[in-house]
Design a protein around this ligand. Structure first.
Ligand code: ATP
Length: 259
């Protein structure tokens, strides 16, 4: 029996998970989703999404592969070049990386918008409060006064001066239908999703196949490193990124990864 066999997945506080545990990130992620469900910010279905993500992350070696790092740099360049970048927050994103999303929004001067698949006023308010507790000043998504075309009414709701108006959107862990509908609106779409075969990364301009826990802080670091870059440099970072190759590399790693 290893020293770690006694570490339960249902610890009370995340500090109780030893950082040198071989499955530290996985335990931390599970704990944050459970805490999110308890706090009313994450839907029970978020647990299922988390389980799927966890399996893919295991096969990726639970690390940011080089093509994902390239995608994260290209994403940072897109967000910095945008006229109106918006970062979309759902229940899993709010549970896993609230402070990290606030930091990214600050680094690229983006809006934060709560955008839920299972939308209820209680969850919208709980997530907005949770983001404010993590330093967010302005949280969009409460008005929901515009609709994404070609999407069922309830799932189409967005803010007119938020996602509806955005030219670049970051939609982590997004549902495939909504990712497709946003793509059809002509937006530049950055998707974070551990499954490269899922429809959302397949339609994204920048598919980031990485765990959101690693991806968002890394995007912020890239944005900070590119903060003084001129437009030509940012455009060349974007042009150098090859979305097809990034998807292929991730799939190849998952199918034949040496663990
Ligand atoms: P689609 O409609 O696009 O086919 P799906 O049915 O695969 O979507 P869900 O079951 O809702 O969507 O799962 C959401 C996606 O989020 C999954 O592809 C999963 O791999 C991914 N995911 C879950 N947790 C994480 C995480 N921590 N980081 C990145 N991606 C994640």
């Amino acid at each position: 029996m290893s020293d770690y066999d006694s570490v339960s997945a249902d610890v009370e506080h995340e500090e109780e998970i030893p950082e040198d545990h071989p499955r530290y990130q996985d335990l931390l992620t599970r704990h944050r989703i459970e805490a999110g469900v308890e706090k009313g910010i994450t839907h029970l279905q978020g647990m299922h999404a988390e389980g799927r993500g966890s399996a893919f992350d295991y096969l990726l070696g639970e690390e940011t592969i080089p093509s994902a790092d390239d995608a994260e740099r290209a994403a940072a360049a897109h967000l910095l070049l945008a006229d109106h970048p918006v970062l979309s927050i759902n229940g899993n994103v709010a549970a896993l990386v609230p402070g990290e999303m606030v930091a990214l929004a600050e680094a690229v001067d983006a809006d934060l918008e709560v955008n839920l698949f299972n939308r209820t006023p209680e969850r919208i308010d709980a997530i907005a409060d949770h983001l404010r507790e993590h330093g967010a000043e302005d949280v969009k998504g409460l008005e929901a006064d515009a609709r994404i075309p070609n999407l069922e009414h309830k799932r189409a709701k967005v803010d007119a001066d938020g996602i509806y108006d955005a030219d670049v959107v970051l939609v982590p862990l997004e549902d495939g239908d909504r990712a497709e509908a946003l793509d059809e609106m002509g937006k530049t779409e950055i998707v974070i999703d551990l499954n490269p075969l899922s429809r959302s990364p397949q339609v994204a301009d920048v598919p980031v196949v990485d765990n959101i826990i690693r991806a968002v802080p890394n995007m912020t670091e890239h944005a900070q490193a590119l903060a003084d870059a001129d437009e030509a440099e940012l455009r060349s970072v974007i042009e150098e990124f090859d979305r097809e190759r990034a998807l292929e590399n991730a799939e190849e790693r998952i199918r034949s990864g040496d663990l």
